[in-house]
Design a protein around this ligand. Structure first.
Ligand code: SF4
Ligand code: FES
Length: 258
């Protein structure tokens, strides 16, 4: 079932100045709605939104929530691609709503917005992130060292820092893990984000728990489940070369050199 809602005159669409064309266009947002208190089934709902094509999908969701239907539920915080809370499936691809411009989505057609896959939907676009964060915690994503506290900072060469530079960029948005077919089929797989965050410490010359992390990822639900589909690399809003990082972890497991 699908329903539709329109707003005659959005409060956020200013009148065009005399002699200038308004930049606003009408875009259909087709949103997957789910409310377990109402129904076990999810439904599509259309909203007609007046929006500047240079605005982002997140701006459209705000217009809907603030002006049309306050019950629409989604996560967001920073609105600038830093907090990682607004990953969602937009036109069938995992993206951050706050980094996706309307003009890049062919606004002549309805823009579909769905929750990311492979995690239980709690309401509308909000999923249960706990299994994702549990896998993250399992790889011990923090510096582990032995011996006494050092009396000066732990030095590291630029070359050593470079080895894990890419994987420091992760914002834990789950766009990668929730685009992985192995994760969809079997939620037990650690998933790419956990491996990325293990990589960040395994290849850090200051860390001394690389062997432990490798053993964790040597598990039947660990790194060997990866089928190298590259979905994760394509989905990452930070441009992290995730598949390459996973390959490096696999190689380290075989050679025990890292
Ligand atoms: S690796 Fe990229 S896609 Fe995956 S959680 Fe981190 S930032 Fe998001
Ligand atoms: S709202 Fe923070 S990354 Fe999009």
């Amino acid at each position: 079932m699908s329903t539709a809602a329109t707003l005659d005159k959005p409060s956020s669409a200013p009148e065009g100045a005399k002699g200038t064309a308004s930049p606003y266009i009408t875009v259909t947002f087709r949103i997957r709605r789910f409310n377990p208190e109402v129904s076990d089934e999810s439904t599509w709902q259309d909203f007609q939104v007046e929006i500047d094509p240079k605005e982002r999908v997140l701006d459209g969701l705000h217009k809907i929530k603030w002006d049309m239907d306050g019950s629409l539920t989604f996560r967001r915080s920073c609105a600038h691609g830093i907090c990682g809370s607004d990953a969602m499936r937009i036109n069938g691809r995992n993206r951050l709503a706050c980094k996706t411009l309307i003009k890049d989505l062919n606004p002549d057609k309805p823009i579909t917005v769905e929750p990311i896959k492979g995690l239980t939907v709690l309401k509308d676009l909000v999923v249960d992130m706990e299994p994702f964060f549990q896998a993250y915690r399992d790889v011990m994503p923090f510096l582990i060292t032995k011996g006494n506290e050092p009396t000066r900072e732990r030095r590291q060469s630029a070359a050593d820092r470079e080895r894990f530079d890419d994987t420091t960029k992760c914002i834990l948005c789950a766009a990668c893990t929730s685009s992985c077919p192995v994760f969809w089929n079997d939620g037990q797989y650690f998933g790419p984000a956990a491996i990325v965050n293990a990589h960040r410490f395994i290849f850090d010359s200051r860390d001394e728990a690389g062997e432990q992390r490798l053993e964790i990822l040597n598990d039947k639900d660990g790194v060997w489940r990866c089928r190298t589909t590259f979905n994760c690399t394509e989905a990452c809003p930070r441009g992290i070369e995730i598949t390459k990082a996973i390959q490096e972890v696999k190689r380290a497991l075989i050679t025990r050199r890292f």
